[in-house]
Write a protein that binds this ligand. Structure first.
Ligand SMILES: NC(=O)c1ccc[n+]([C@@H]2O[C@H](COP(=O)([O-])OP(=O)(O)OC[C@H]3O[C@@H](n4cnc5c(N)ncnc54)[C@H](O)[C@@H]3O)[C@@H](O)[C@H]2O)c1
Length: 371
């Protein structure tokens, strides 16, 4: 008889639905060279939406397309303002583009998704951060301080081209928070009750890839191999996000991001240790895998504190105050978060109003989460 380890039998469930999303992924240094041929599978007239820092990649695409790029939008904004989508839709429609190509971080991908959703156009994504949006059917936009998100098959990029050479200039501080944002997607997928065994394997490997890469990026930001590992982590994190559901961490980030306009990846970075500290006692086997994948040793019940320490070593922000939240915002944030989340089941561990108050107050100050 096979002796069963408790962690093996208690991780995941034996009933789940796993739908395999059909994005095509092309991965490797220099692969920006295939962006146009990938887009040409869907049409001949292209619109390029890119981050301002991706100017030369956009020039390269325009040159490869030999006149096929009919519109270029080189301005993007965090959280996809509705007005920006309206303007971009008018430009793309006017150019009669048949395919969208986006190059940049989650903001560029988000704007392109907004246009894809409105005009039902296929999208080829070339990500330059670790946000993971390129792998998902999740769209989002903001209007009047309120963020709205949803899922739609039409916005999921048909091909994703991952080229680590395009990420060499991503500043180390942004690389760290963007990388932790990717790790957070994997952690949430690990905890999501309906995640399939495949999802958990991908999420663990995503955490491993990214957590090995981040110290290397701090040492040598222009090392293509290290950047490749980080991008591989980003791919797996985006995939994990796509095939699972989000929990406490993501939902809290969503509320704080919309209410206070805090920067996306630093916010995800600050809140991750506190969310893990809350959930760990109810999901010990999953948390053990998270810690092992991060290369951390210590008691599972102290996982939040161990992750917090690791973030400090990486030079990441550890308090909400540090990333722009003011003391005057604390009580209204607690009230808003409680109204939205206190009564929700939030598996694997509901939080309630007093738990939310604790998390927000501790994260505001940036204290090490208690074991
Ligand atoms: N829909 C989804 O599935 C999903 C998933 C994750 C994130 N998002 C969304 O993505 C947005 C955040 O994405 P993000 O964190 O990538 O931020 P971002 O796209 O705003 O980029 C962050 C910063 O990095 C710069 N940058 C990007 N690539 C660079 C490069 N290669 N070199 C130098 N600088 C570079 C940008 O100019 C910007 O200043 C949020 O709006 C978030 O809601 C959506």
């Amino acid at each position: 008889m096979i002796e069963k380890e408790p962690s093996e039998v208690s991780v995941g469930r034996a009933d789940f639905v796993h739908q395999w999303p059909a994005s095509r992924v092309v991965f490797g240094p220099g692969k920006i060279s295939v962006a146009v041929s990938e887009a040409a599978r869907f049409g001949t007239r292209f619109a390029v939406i890119h981050d301002p820092t991706a100017q030369s990649a956009a020039d390269r695409v325009a040159s490869d397309a030999r006149g096929g790029v009919r519109a270029r939008i080189g301005e993007v904004a965090q959280h996809v303002p509705v007005q920006a989508v309206t303007e971009a839709v008018a430009i793309v429609r006017g150019a009669r583009a048949e395919v969208l190509i986006c190059i940049g971080g989650g903001s560029a991908t988000g704007l392109a998704k907004g246009v894809a959703r409105e005009l039902a156009l296929p999208l080829v994504a070339v990500p330059t951060t670790y946000a993971g949006s390129e792998m998902t059917s999740i769209w989002g936009h903001t209007e009047g301080g309120k963020k709205t998100t949803g899922r739609a098959e039409t916005v999921r990029p048909r091909t994703v081209v991952y080229d680590p050479e395009l990420t060499l200039d991503l500043p180390p501080a942004i690389s760290v928070t963007s990388g932790v944002n990717a790790i957070a997607h994997c952690v949430e997928a690990m905890y999501a009750p309906e995640s399939s065994p495949m999802t958990r394997v991908a999420a663990a490997e995503g955490i491993r890839s990214m957590s090995r890469a981040l110290p290397g990026i701090l040492d040598e930001p222009r090392d293509v191999a290290v950047r490749g590992f980080a991008l591989r982590g980003a791919w797996l994190s985006g995939w994990s996000l796509e095939v699972s559901t989000t929990g406490l961490h993501h939902k809290l980030c969503h509320i704080l991001g919309g209410l206070l306009d805090l920067p996306h990846s630093p916010l995800h970075t600050v809140l991750l240790p506190y969310a893990v500290a809350h959930i760990a006692p109810a999901a010990k086997a999953e948390t053990r895998i998270v810690l092992e994948s991060l290369g951390l040793t210590g008691p599972v019940t102290d996982a939040g504190g161990l992750i917090w320490e690791r973030h400090r070593l990486l030079g990441a922000p550890t308090s909400l105050a540090e990333i722009g939240m003011r003391e005057a915002d604390v009580e209204r944030t607690i009230a808003e978060a409680s109204a939205a989340l206190a009564d929700r089941p939030l598996p694997p561990r509901p939080i309630g109003a007093s738990g939310l108050r604790d998390v927000i107050l501790t994260a505001f100050k940036g204290d090490r989460p208690a074991a």
